[in-house]
Design a protein around this ligand. Structure first.
Ligand SMILES: *[C@@H]1O[C@H](CO)[C@@H](O)[C@H](O)[C@H]1NC(C)=O
Length: 310
């Protein structure tokens, strides 16, 4: 992983802060991680990084709870229940949070996660983050699905580097995680804070350089995501276009999936390139199918669709 390489370079700089880097190994109930690339030392003594992912190419699992890579269906099932649990738990506890990044893009299409995603993203204010750091760190939350058939447990783990609101060495841009303790898949939780109130008042950013105006976020809009109540930023459309370009709102083939205009879902499609193959094709001219054939309902349908969400 790139990060790991960068990390090795940073080790020399980081000795002062090593004491904060100890990760909890007593996850309780979690299986011991299986070392996937055993040549690399698992931890450098001066390493500042708090959250640990499994060390193979996927890197989408919390190391403490990782035992094996889950298949497509298990991943989707994991992510869907995980985000429902997060949204329901935070609503119940009065923790203000909203969906972000690829998760927000999934919402834009059909109110569901994008099926090629490996992790999900939510945000909160830095104040809320501090609060959960104080009151909810390392808490475990039980979840039962609406139909009573699925029972899960999630760990809310808050990075001790949350007080540092700038990127720093880049090792701790994720502020907290909501982890499925069965397999280590997680939601990334990041806080946004006003870091330069004098020169840039009302401008909030996360540690990974995403920047927002206060009025782009609040007042949050109420919606649903994966069938449960959720919140999204006020200017969700501008935020999505800034982050992903307008193309992400029209292209109907992506990462081995095609948008199904009838069912309004992203369906697996073998003929749509994914992974490395898709990367290569980016350099060639290949016009994917576009959204223009999709909304047969016309102008009023679209207005209804927006009102319905607002
Ligand atoms: C959360 O708890 C873990 C384990 O005790 C600890 O290492 C970490 O520093 C804590 N985070 C915060 C924000 O206090």
């Amino acid at each position: 992983m790139q990060l790991r390489k960068a990390l090795l370079g940073l080790v020399a700089l980081a000795s002062v802060v090593s004491s904060a880097a100890v990760i909890p190994r007593d996850g309780g109930g979690g299986k011991l991680p299986r070392p996937v690339s055993p040549k690399k030392p698992r931890r450098e003594p001066e390493d500042t990084k708090y959250f640990r992912e499994n060390t193979d190419l996927t890197g989408h699992y919390d190391e403490r709870f990782f035992s094996e890579i889950v298949d497509y269906d298990a991943r989707l099932d994991t992510l869907k229940h995980m985000v429902r649990a997060w949204l329901l738990t935070t609503a119940k506890e009065g923790i203000e949070t909203w969906i972000a990044h690829g998760t927000l893009l999934g919402w834009w299409w059909n109110g569901q996660i994008l099926p090629w995603d490996w992790d999900l993203d939510v945000q909160m204010s830095a104040d809320t983050l501090t609060m959960i750091g104080n009151e909810y760190n390392m808490t475990r939350h039980k979840y039962v699905s609406e139909d009573g058939l699925v029972e899960r447990e999630y760990l809310l783990d808050v990075n001790p580097w949350i007080w540092q609101r700038v990127r720093g060495d880049g090792m701790n841009v994720i502020d907290a995680r909501w982890v499925d303790v069965r397999n280590g898949l997680y939601i990334d939780i990041t806080g946004i804070a006003e870091t330069q109130p004098d020169s840039m008042p009302d401008i909030l950013n996360c540690k990974n350089y995403h920047r927002y105006h206060v009025n782009d976020i609040w007042p949050l809009r109420d919606t649903t995501f994966e069938g449960v109540p959720a919140k999204i930023p006020y200017s969700f459309d501008e935020i999505l276009i800034t982050e992903y370009r307008a193309k992400a709102l029209v292209v109907t083939e992506y990462e081995g999936h095609r948008w199904n205009t009838k069912s309004k879902t992203w369906d697996l499609a073998n003929d749509v390139p994914a992974g490395a193959e898709a990367e290569q094709l980016k350099n060639h001219v290949r016009e994917p199918e576009r959204y223009y054939s999709v909304e047969s309902g016309g102008f009023f349908y679209n207005v209804f669709r927006l009102l319905h969400w607002w």
